[in-house]
Design a protein around this ligand. Structure first.
Ligand code: G3H
Ligand code: 13P
Ligand code: ZN
Ligand code: NA
Length: 281
């Protein structure tokens, strides 16, 4: 059933587990998330990647909303990492009630201004807003410790930012990176703990692909109640397509897409298990 992100995150926070938010781009991705969530009786989020909107905005949104409504477990639909007023406005009009207004590439004051405006707009639709301060990037290799720390979320600034923008959830940067971790991941847990003590809103961790089980568990204990997963699911999809198409046998289109869905589903199931949401629907 289509459920609000607020309800999913609040339930997860109260019961100390987390919601998996999986980036989706097409029908196969949507099916993989819903299948995995239903098999494991887990709530989950269908997370529209902004690049997917370029490919088929309103039909893709409609597909996600319809799939969420038809699901037998609680599912919300969310727009990820949007820096575009136009996209945010479009998906709100199309019925999405959960967005990430991502002003993190901007200087702090501009991020604050952008986020405040987008929050005002989203709240007029009764939508929930996630924002980010600090800057999650791709691999952090090549940066000094000081450069890495400068990109991390400052706990005091987080408090000021949340108060000034009125956002509902905050994505924290504590050493997490998008894509693969080129060196073993190191998360700044004392920083997370400090943010948790100062802020009473749901915290989100991006870049969950590549994070080991114990770091995920510790993050949940310290208040993270949403994890974003993209890369590992995309990789499973592409690998399955390659294996199917390059194999010896001639394959039918539906066989190939079926295998791709199954491969993504397996990754999603593993993540739902790690997030502790299995059996919570
Ligand atoms: O929101 C997701 C980011 O764009 C990272 O995705 O690392 O799989 O490209 P990627
Ligand atoms: P990964 O690609 O590392 O899983 O990160 C996903 C993400 O944060 C999407 O917003
Ligand atoms: Zn992200
Ligand atoms: Na990652």
């Amino acid at each position: 059933m289509l459920t609000s992100t607020r309800e999913l995150l609040e339930t997860a926070r109260r019961n100390i587990f987390a919601i998996g938010a999986f980036n989706v781009y097409n029908l196969e991705g949507v099916k993989a998330v819903i299948n995995a969530a239903e098999i494991s009786r887990s709530p989950a989020m269908l997370q529209l990647h902004p690049s997917a909107l370029k490919y088929g905005s309103s039909p893709l949104v409609a597909l996600c909303l319809e799939a969420a409504e038809a699901a037998t477990v609680p599912i919300s639909v969310h727009l990820d990492h949007s820096t575009s007023v136009k996209d945010i406005d479009r998906v709100l009009q199309d019925g999405v009630r959960s967005i990430m207004a991502d002003g993190s590439p901007l200087p702090y004051e501009q991020n604050l201004e952008f986020t405040r405006n987008m929050t005002r707009l989203a709240h007029s639709y009764h939508a929930i807003v996630e924002a980010e301060i600090g800057r999650i990037s791709g691999t952090e290799d090549g940066l000094t410790i000081a450069e890495k720390e400068a990109k991390m979320t400052d706990p005091q600034q987080a408090v000021e930012f949340v108060k000034a923008t009125n956002v509902d959830a905050l994505a924290v940067t504590i050493g997490n990176v998008h894509g693969e971790y080129k060196s073993p991941p190191r998360l700044d847990f004392p920083r997370l703990e400090q943010i948790r003590m100062l802020l009473d809103i749901p915290l989100v961790l991006h870049g969950a692909s590549g994070l080991p089980a114990e770091m995920i568990a510790r993050s949940i204990q310290l208040g993270v109640c949403k994890f974003n997963v993209n890369t590992e699911v995309r990789q499973a999809y592409m690998q399955a397509l390659k294996d199917e198409i390059c194999g010896q046998q001639e394959k039918d289109l539906l066989e190939v897409t079926g295998e791709a869905i199954a491969a993504m589903q397996d990754v999603i199931l593993e993540k739902l298990e790690l997030f502790g949401s299995v059996g919570k629907a």
